[in-house]
Design a protein around this ligand. Sequence first.
Ligand code: SF4
Ligand code: SF4
Length: 389
Amino acid sequence: MSDLKTIPKSALNEWVQRLRRRFRVVGPKPKNGQFVFAEIETAVEMALDYPTTCVPPKKYLFPQQETLLRYHLDGSHIQAVIETEPTVIFGIHTCDVQATRLFDQIFSQGFADQHYRARREDIYLISIECMSPCTEHAYCHDMGTSHLPEAADLHLTDVGHMYVVHVNTPKGESLLADTLAEPFTADWQPIYDRVIAKKMEAFEKRLDFDVTELKELLHDGYRSPLWQNVGDDCLVCGMCTQVCPTCVCFNMVDEADLTQTEGQRTRTWDSCQATTFALVAGGHNFREARMSRQRHRFMRKGKYMHDAYGLLGCVGCGRCGSTCLVNITPINVLNALYHEQQGEPKVPETQEMVHEMELSYEDVTARSAGVAVDLHAGASQNNGRTLPH
Ligand code: SF4
Ligand code: SF4
């Protein structure tokens, strides 16, 4: 159960300044017509009413590339590389917080990932309530992630000239300790309730079925001809997985220096959509066909991850749909699968749009450049350290 406080918006900058004495503070900033999470020095740099960011803030927990260990090739020395920096992620959306919950499960099971765990302990999450769906592709409301006030360390709800603050964890309390927070008096409750009720009116269901049916839908639809259509359209660019807050696959590479005395092991985000992702020794490729890789992506998000970790592997953020050059979106694909199983197959809007769509050079570069810009906006390099832009 959360403790509730309020904090005046006029105190936001002072709060950020105080946080910056103890932490790196990152927040949503406008950049090149998009929004990216990047380090901030003042509160006014943040756009807390941002729709969404191109790349999720998972880049601070699980950098796009990081060195895991360094060693001598004769085996005389092996040293794990673990560098963390106390960081406040300010203004994270609740869908992305839910993705962090999933990561916490994934990186803690079996052999706990010491790199992730160390970084996670140093990360403090301040989420913000979204007041309207961020894009046409977001279906967080269906996935149950649009309103999670008790998930992050602190959660802010904009109620006019104040924020209502849910204080959910001791880490959250420590962030508020020296701020200008004020008590949440009984007068605030009806105001808060009205704001949340209005927010809920803005979020409509976008799936034609209930999310509790998703696992069964995918299980029964494993052999659907729909996957062939989706696979035929996919360009194998991998952007859907690069922007996904729950995609966790990585590749590891060992590199030796030219003298063959020292080496290092690095890991880099990988994509299950890459042609060689499931290629194994002997030349067998378990998912050589595009349709099988697309099917795997949807099965993993909607079934396999839930089977393994008890949480769905999709939080409904819609980034993959916004980024896909040929408009393969979860809403369209899943609704088409549902209607097919209801005996009323309809061509997914995805397919209709793909065949009519002309991909202009501007469209392609705008979408892919957005990802590149965001990945360059900090913490995408080794161990959460922010590099110069
Ligand atoms: S699969 Fe798409 S909608 Fe779901 S969490 Fe990943 S990017 Fe967001
Ligand atoms: S973004 Fe679209 S085209 Fe690119 S790999 Fe993903 S589904 Fe295929």
